[in-house]
Ligand binder design. Sequence first.
Ligand code: FNR
Length: 380
Amino acid sequence: YEIYLHGMTGAVPRLPTDLTRLEELAERRLGPGPVGYVAGSAGTGSTADANRAALHRHRIVPRMLREVDARDLSVEVCGRALPAPLALAPVGVLSIMHPDAEPGAARAAAAQGVPYILSSASSTPMEEVAEAMGDGERWFQLYWAKDREVTRSFLQRAKAAGYTALFVTLDTPLLAWRPRDLDQAYLPFLHGVGTANYFTDPAFRAGLAKPVHEDPNAAVMHFLGMFADPAKTWPDLAFLRENWDGPIVLKGILHPQDALRAAEAGMDGVVVSNHGGRQVAGSVAAADALPRVVEAAADRLTVLFDSGIRTGDDIFKALALGAKSVLVGRPYAYGLGLDGQAGVEHVIRCLLAELDLTLALSGHSRPDTLTADDLIKESV
Ligand code: FNR
């Protein structure tokens, strides 16, 4: 109601409620470096465009007269009851966007009751972010380092800091060809304390010839050398399973066979994602990959979704296609850049309010009653 009451009081929200307008606003206010980092996609941006187009092609078929006065957005994800089917995706180096950085995003998520997935490439050490989260749901995203000791150290630190679920990102064994970053010579990991999780890590520091502050360039090179590892294969997951006793979710799954392999490896869930179109140019749109992965996962895996979510109706569509919850990336990064923690809260509130209204107006009171039958897919 608050959004409509603004009309009575004349109080205009500080940021637009159409979240697709945040990028343009950020471009004007924050400059090309930070916005290029967030907006940037692989190649010509065809995958990011395809993500939006695929969601757009699915259209909701509303139902009438279905008693939708009492609504409940809660869902269960990997055994945890969550108030809504939304989480903040891991986004690295948020100090580029705003001094509130990861602690600001974490506080916003906790205040709005949605989980925050902290990136391995956080500009703030994971222990500090955990504190900022208070009672909020703490999830940790792992870029699976080449060095086992560093990975083990990350897992131990994350556990000690109260992170419950581990999201292992598989689609970034190398950084993709990203023209905006290349053309601007803007390498986010070089940004200040861009890799604080690594630079504060005892196992990482043990591999450096000189302390970070004495030779930061060598530290960055060391980081790039171990950041991820294109030589890994499915059997390597056993190491993570042995070293993490909570839920493990594989992020970046698009092929149904990979979902089957995830289940066989004892994983708890997958995120159907193409990294927001930042990794494989020309990749299948995430929403088009979702139904086949959901089918392969059956009851064995929790399936989450990201890449292209900008509105409440996008969330509705992803849930109707079988996702249990969605993650959102760029919109909250822009919200943070434009208005710090308050900007992230604005983004979460807009998405949840619009989802709630879309559910009600389409004849649903709960996310878990949605099925593919509530959508039709337009032919191109
Ligand atoms: C990301 N993403 C990402 N993923 C991850 O697992 N670890 C990370 O550190 C990052 N960092 C990152 C930085 C920036 C600037 C962006 C935009 C994205 C990917 C992210 O988690 C998510 O998959 C996408 O952002 C989802 O797509 P949308 O919502 O941005 O369209």
